[in-house]
Design a protein around this ligand. Structure first.
Ligand SMILES: Nc1ncnc2c1ncn2[C@@H]1O[C@H](COP(=O)(O)OP(=O)(O)OP(=O)(O)O)[C@@H](O)[C@H]1O
Ligand SMILES: [Mg+2]
Length: 242
């Protein structure tokens, strides 16, 4: 049987009285792009945080190449997993270049770090052009590119992206997603992405999971998931439709 790159089995996470994950299981294979969908509060970010070792996991198993691991952030990074959290986090007060250096601090070898910096800047020409500017001077789309670029500096095997399109204009969303697709095509990076935008999702993700109230309520080929009507059901079933 083929070995699965990353697998989460029956994960339970509570925040005080709030059940964020209630027995969720997801997996990610070599080189594939998988989407996590579902209404606000469904547990999507918590899944990514569980993989990264920053959510209070009570029970369940995280398997890396078929072996059970207890995720701890610095070990997860060393294994080749990068996390780009929700909300385009860049460091204001630092230049574009310095923001990238922060992502590269784990690449010990200076030459190698510089090579990766160059490679990432070639990949995002806008960041190269604006490398000396303060990160806060970038547009929203550029900041998102910077956040993704910072995640790429370590040349990860897995990229976890939390809502990369949030708050961006449709044209910019297209650009960001084209870049994400290119990352996957060029580097065979496996990507798990939280996304609300159906068109973007269909354009890149081969598989999708739908979460609702901490549980996976549907999974499969992304087009089938979208066509199944489950999304309308979970989005309209919540307190607030979005
Ligand atoms: N640090 C925290 N402290 C307390 N409750 C939390 C915390 N983080 C998440 N939660 C709760 O856990 C549940 C799942 O949150 P999570 O952030 O995973 O949802 P999400 O699907 O990413 O939602 P959104 O689409 O709004 O980003 C929610 O009810 C949320 O309020
Ligand atoms: Mg979230």
């Amino acid at each position: 049987m083929k070995e699965i790159l990353l697998e989460l089995r029956d994960i339970h996470v509570h925040y005080g009285g709030v059940k964020a994950l209630d027995g969720a299981s997801v997996s990610l294979d070599e080189g594939e792009i998988v989407a996590l969908m579902g209404p606000n509060g469904a547990g999507k970010s918590t899944i990514l945080k569980a993989i990264f070792g920053i959510s209070p996991m009570e029970s369940g198993e995280v398997r890396w190449h078929g072996i059970s691991i207890r995720p701890v952030p610095h070990e997860v990074v060393a294994r080749g997993i990068s996390f780009v959290p929700q909300g385009r986090r860049v460091f204001p007060g630092l230049s574009v270049e310095e923001n990238l250096e922060v992502g590269g601090f784990l690449v010990r070898d200076k030459k190698e770090r510089q090579r990766r910096m160059r490679e990432v800047m070639e990949f995002f020409p806008v960041l190269k052009r604006k490398r000396t500017l303060d990160a806060s001077a970038l547009s929203g789309g550029e900041q998102q590119m910077l956040a993704i670029a910072r995640g790429m500096i370590t040349d990860p095997k897995i990229l976890l992206l939390d809502e990369p399109s949030l708050g961006l204009a449709p044209k910019v969303v297209k650009e960001v997603f084209a870049k994400i697709k290119e990352i996957s095509d060029r580097h065979k990076t496996a990507i798990m992405v939280v996304e609300h935008n159906l068109m973007s999702l269909l354009s890149i993700a081969s598989r999708a999971y739908v979460l609702d109230k901490g549980k996976v309520v549907a999974e499969g080929e992304s087009r089938r998931v979208v066509e199944s009507g489950i999304l309308e059901k979970v989005f309209l079933g919540g307190e607030k439709a979005i």
